[in-house]
Design a binder for this molecule. Structure first.
Ligand code: NAP
Length: 283
């Protein structure tokens, strides 16, 4: 019987726990979390069976580290210190370069697999955990060659159980690309929400008029600042680069409007419609 320990029993860790238990009912799932009420909630919701501590990790077959990326950097080497020789540690943070750097010299580096499951919602904590979150989604694995082959195989079986597709990337490329498709989208959504909230103070009707377009564009602004601040901190340089390009595009759009250049505006939107082809088939 396998012992699986989830450190950080929120949206990602909790959702993994639910799917793992469903496809492997014989495993025992333990939860470790700095938030005691989240642990109680996770037990009550049937996400984990028992509470545990870092010292218990010597009994772990698999450890999933799913805490915010700043916490992950702080605890990952203690986790590697606490495990046994054959334990697999899967880290799932949204940035990958810093975690690979901070563990590079650890004697148990070969027990660690650095991953980023590209799946999520705007909600946090154990109550946000859902079954099937990872089905058909991509899991990016970084520096796979640094992980023991035997443990890679165990991880791939687990990801297959979750229904995930695998892509391999180096951590630098991961952090650069993810800044565009994930980090910039979140900033854009947060700042759109801010712009509308500030206006709403004077114009109370604005939310009555908000349609599904506003709702879907601003959805990510409900995301947790505790999770996103350390992501922006760790990926600061790439995020600044994406912001500069995005702000430049907004400025150009504004200039066309000021100049009544509707042909240029039409063409900007028409060119961007190409996104329909790019995203076709992605759910
Ligand atoms: P979450 O729902 O907020 O869950 C994280 C849990 O970890 C919370 O219970 C939190 O408690 C706890 N925690 C914080 N610091 C801790 C520590 N030092 N030791 C033990 N527990 C600690 O977050 P999440 O959305 O699942 O994200 C977890 C990780 O997955 C992050 O690294 C994130 O970058 C990554 N990720 C997220 C998504 C997404 O869409 N959400 C997608 C892919 C990957 P408190 O709430 O009290 O702090």
């Amino acid at each position: 019987m396998q012992n699986i320990y989830i450190i950080g029993i929120g949206l990602i860790g909790g959702s993994m726990a639910l799917d793992i238990k469903q496809s492997n009912p014989e495993v025992t799932i333990y939860g470790i979390d700095s938030n005691e009420s989240h642990l109680d909630e996770a037990i009550q919701l049937g996400i984990v069976e028992n509470k545990a501590t870092i010292a218990d990790l010597k009994n772990a077959d698999i450890v999933i580290v799913s805490v915010p990326v700043d916490a992950s950097l702080k605890i990952i080497n203690d986790v590697l210190d606490a495990i046994s020789e054959n334990t697999l540690v899967i880290e799932v943070g949204s940035t990958k370069e810093a975690i690979c750097d901070v563990t590079r010299k650890h004697s148990r580096r070969r027990n660690l697999l650095a991953t980023h499951p590209i799946a999520g919602t705007e909600f946090s904590g154990p109550s946000a955990a859902i079954k099937g979150l990872f089905l058909g989604k991509t899991n990016i694995i970084c520096e796979v060659e640094e992980t023991a082959f035997k443990l890679q195989e165990i991880a791939l079986k687990l990801f297959a159980d979750l229904g995930m597709r695998i892509r391999y990337m180096n951590p630098k490329a991961h952090d650069k690309h993810i800044a565009y498709v994930s980090h910039l989208s979140h900033i854009s959504s947060f700042m759109l929400g801010k712009t509308v909230i500030e206006k709403e103070k004077n114009e109370r009707d604005i939310f009555d008029m908000a349609g599904s377009g506003f709702e879907s564009t601003v959805r990510l602004a409900k995301s947790s600042p505790a999770m996103w601040t350390p992501i922006f901190k760790q990926n600061k340089d790439n995020v600044i680069e994406t912001l500069e390009e995005y702000i430049a595009n907004l400025e150009v759009f504004k200039k066309y409007l000021e100049a009544d250049d509707y042909k240029a505006i039409y063409s900007e939107m028409e060119n961007t419609n190409h996104i329909k082809t790019i995203l076709k088939g992605i759910v």
